[in-house]
Design a protein around this ligand. Structure first.
Ligand code: FAD
Length: 402
């Protein structure tokens, strides 16, 4: 029977980062992935994710500088290009609450920004066209993370630091066992029992089943909901390509619901990627996902109105999954009865930039005593017991989940 200090369940962004920081801390870590590292069936794949500070909620805005710093550290240590600083633009009508909330938070935290009226925007960023009277909030500190490369790099750096990775291996059960944890794992060398002092559950859209089995869902009335999302690639006209290059084009979010967001030309030559957040029925992460043609048509219409020089016709569609907690905030905590089990789930559409802060926080929690929340990356918002009557937090108020 194999034994590790910590077993991390799921090698998406969160699990790869947790394994990396645990290994850095000298823990004997095993990272278990049911598919392969970098696969495209969960939430962390693809060529790009937005990183930025501009949130209404200070919990996230104050984490973002840590995220930038940690990503830069991983980038420097690995030599892989993970982060491109592009700046970011948020578009909205002048009285739109999310825009006002973001301005207030950026101001309160002393984070740099500039507010553009339409004419000024046309001068500095002629590739964007806004409806009359709208404003654009520009932040210098925003950019693009190369998502799959980030996950592969974190897992690779974890291995370099001594972690073990098992791919094509599925954790079937997680059972607290005395002070440790007993797991049944199928795949690597057949079915086997693995023991560990601690387990870290980073199973993304598949986390719900474990939370049910560990009694969390029922105790805190905190079911996770998995929804299907899609991103649309479009061709940029030859003449407009310099304006949409990553050194000229910020990442962008059209804030009013349903919000649209997009990237410069980044992972595919001559093409850029635009998404529209989709809310829909809960889906099974193992089920088939078909393309929602109506949502693609809405993206095409938004691009036709907003991006000057992009051919508003989908050339391909990428699929991805969101996992949402009831209030839209992350769930990161120790199991209340079994503190040797750490949980990190419900990262919605904003989790990727916080992969490194979450991995570091999980390693901090794993190294500290139950009840110790002194990590600078801990936020009360993450608590599991917030769903218990009397402790409820306001739902996430920032309309854009990204
Ligand atoms: C379309 C889209 C756009 C997004 N845009 C942004 C953005 O611009 N900025 C941003 O910050 N965030 C963004 N996000 C959110 C971000 O990508 C996610 O929050 C984040 O990737 C979640 O990572 P995760 O590790 O929790 O989940 P996942 O990446 O899904 O990882 C979970 C892993 O666990 C594995 N697993 C599950 N069960 C088992 C088991 N039993 N045994 C072994 N392995 C198991 C899975 O196979 C999977 O690899 C976006 C998400 C989507 C879908």
């Amino acid at each position: 029977m194999e034994r590790f200090d910590v077993v991390v369940i799921g090698a998406g962004g969160m699990g790869a980062a947790a394994a990396y920081y645990l290994a850095r801390d000298g823990r004997r870590a095993l990272l278990v992935e049911q598919f392969t590292v970098g696969h495209s069936r969960g939430s962390s794949h693809g060529g790009s994710r937005i990183i930025r500070h501009s949130y209404v909620e200070r919990e996230y805005a104050t984490l973002a500088p840590h995220a930038f710093a940690l990503w830069r550290q991983v980038q420097a240590e690995s030599g892989a290009r993970l982060l491109a600083d592009t700046g970011g633009l948020d578009f909205a009508p002048p009285d739109y609450p999310t825009l006002l909330g973001r301005l207030e938070t950026l101001g309160a935290l002393g984070l740099p920004y500039r507010l553009y009226a339409q004419d000024e925007l046309r001068h500095d960023f002629p590739q964007f066209r806004l409806p009359a009277g709208w404003l654009a909030l520009y932040q210098t500190d925003a950019g693009v993370l190369s998502a799959t490369r980030c996950v592969e790099t974190l897992a690779g750096q974890a291995v370099r630091r001594g972690a073990t990775v098992w791919e094509n291996s599925r954790v079937l059960s997680v059972q607290p066992d005395g002070a440790g944890v007993r797991m049944e794992i199928d795949g690597h060398a057949g079915r086997q029992i693995v023991l560990a002092d601690q387990a870290v559950l980073t199973a993304g859209p598949w986390a719900g089943r474990f939370l049910d089995e560990l009694g969390i869902t029922a105790a805190y009335a905190a079911p996770l909901r998995v929804t299907h999302q899609q991103l649309v690639y479009m061709e940029v006209a030859q003449a407009a390509r310099p304006l949409f290059a990553a050194d000229r084009c910020p990442v962008y979010i059209g804030l009013p619901m349903p919000y649209f967001y997009g990237f410069p030309i980044w992972e595919r030559p001559g093409q850029l990627k635009v998404g529209r957040e989709m809310d829909g029925p809960a889906i099974d992460p193992d089920g088939e996902r078909s393309v929602d043609a109506d949502a693609v048509a809405e993206v095409e219409a938004w691009v036709a109105e907003t991006l000057v020089g992009v051919i508003p016709k989908a050339v391909s569609v990428e699929k991805c999954l969101y996992t949402l907690s009831p209030d839209g905030h992350f769930l990161i905590d120790r199991h209340p009865q079994h503190p040797q089990v750490l949980i990190a789930a419900g990262f919605s559409g904003r989790g990727f930039k916080f992969v490194v802060t979450t991995g570091r926080l999980l390693a901090d929690l794993a190294a500290s005593a139950p009840g110790d929340y002194s990590s600078p990356l801990w936020r009360e918002t993450f608590r599991l017991d917030r769903f218990v009557s009397g402790k409820k937090l306001s739902p996430s108020v920032d309309t854009a989940n990204l």
